[in-house]
Design a binder for this molecule. Structure first.
Ligand code: NAD
Ligand code: LMR
Length: 342
């Protein structure tokens, strides 16, 4: 199994265990918003990845210091800094995966949708540059509200004539990471064994953990289902309130985003057993975008896993119907924003 190589010994082991794959992994990853609360720890985690040869860090400020600092870690990848719009194009040339955590985070009392006005414009302009410079890259959108920023990105890419729905992802890995953690704690399970699919979207009730599909098979009381579902849906707010004005989840988010990057790179590298939940263009429901488990391959989404939606519990079926109007409104808001602009 491949892992992040925190020690040169582990890095050597990674190379040995990779002998069935391509000779030398040398993928390029760009982070847009790299000097931020998520961007910095995410850059550190990706710097540890044995699959990465170049890490391109972009922000509107403060990215030179972050890059100088990170570049002293003796892991294989080279780190390069890019500041401001004039350097964005060269940041993006030739990259395989672009991760976008640029934008403002919530403060207590705000919803993710309250970030729309600022973050919609940021995502729009960054994705325009992605379309112009690396249209074949996997695009990982972290900036909130994900339920709207992903549809915005899709519209921007369509206008540029380079939209590939298989390569545009809203990052919902943190919802799975949280669900796995909370379920393992509640049921006293070994954390590495637990996997809970989380579907729908990434805000409030649109986040729907499918506890009935938890691996390994576990049974929950109705009270446990209610309590766990609500905790997973409100976990972002739990962190926002604990940080009390200093922002939202950054460390757990960086961890989750690094996992999604590593999964994407493994898929690009030819591993045929990579599955992740993410928010993608989808025909699973009547909504144009929907988060579910997908199989990742060299060209992006290889298959959307529909079996998770079969045999839902009554609770999950009701919650699924209840989330659709809110998710649809957020998707429509993103599409309308992208199309009202010239
Ligand atoms: P932050 O304010 O600490 O960092 C954001 C960074 O973006 C800053 O360094 C800022 O300079 C940069 N930035 C702003 N405009 C930019 C532009 N035009 N181009 C490039 N960079 C730009 O915020 P954070 O805590 O890192 O959160 C970032 C975003 O991620 C927020 O919108 C937050 O809501 C979202 N988020 C999403 C998830 C998820 O699960 N998808 C989880 C946590 C946070
Ligand atoms: C999260 O789920 O932690 C993020 O979407 C940030 C937030 O605003 O809650």
């Amino acid at each position: 199994a491949m892992s992040f190589g925190f020690h040169p010994k582990a890095q050597k082991q990674n190379q040995i265990s990779r002998k069935n794959f391509q000779p030398q992994a040398s993928y390029k990853v760009a982070i847009l918003g790299a000097a931020g609360g998520i961007g910095q720890p995410l850059a550190l985690l990706i710097k540890m990845s044995p699959l990465v040869s170049a890490l391109h860090l972009y922000d509107i400020a403060n990215v030179k210091g972050v890059t100088a600092d990170l570049s002293h870690c003796n892991t294989p990848s080279q780190t390069l800094d890019f500041t401001g719009a004039s350097e964005l194009g060269s940041c993006l040339k030739g990259v395989d995966v672009v991760v976008i955590p640029a934008g403002v985070p919530r403060k207590p009392g705000m919803t993710r949708d309250d970030l729309f006005n600022i973050n919609a414009n940021i995502v729009k302009s960054l994705v325009e540059a992605v379309a112009d410079n690396c249209p074949d890259a996997f695009i990982h959108i972290i900036s909130n509200p994900v339920n709207s920023t992903v549809p915005i990105a899709a519209e921007v890419l369509k206008k540029k004539g380079v939209y590939d729905p298989k390569k545009l992802f809203g990052v919902t890995t943190l919802d799975v990471v949280r669900a796995n953690t909370f379920v393992a704690q509640k049921k006293n399970l070994r954390i590495i064994d637990v996997d809970v699919p989380v579907i729908g979207g990434h805000a409030g009730i649109t986040i729907l953990p499918l506890l009935s599909k938890t691996k390994p098979l576990v049974s929950f009381t109705d009270e446990e289902i209610q309590e766990l579902t609500v905790r997973i849906q409100n976990a972002g707010t739990e962190v926002v309130e604990a940080k009390a004005g200093a922002g939202s989840a950054t460390l757990s988010m960086a961890y989750a985003a690094a996992r999604f990057v590593e999964s994407s790179l493994r898929a690009i590298d030819g591993d045929s057993d990579v599955y992740e939940c993410c928010f993608v263009e989808s025909e699973l429901t009547e909504l144009p975008f929907f988060a579910s488990r997908v199989k990742l391959g060299k060209k992006g989404v290889e298959a959307v896993i529909s079996s998770d939606l079969q045999g839902l519990s009554e609770y999950e079926q009701k919650a699924l119907e209840a989330l659709k109007p809110e998710l649809k409104a957020s998707i429509d808001k993103g599409i309308a924003f992208a199309n009202k602009q010239a």
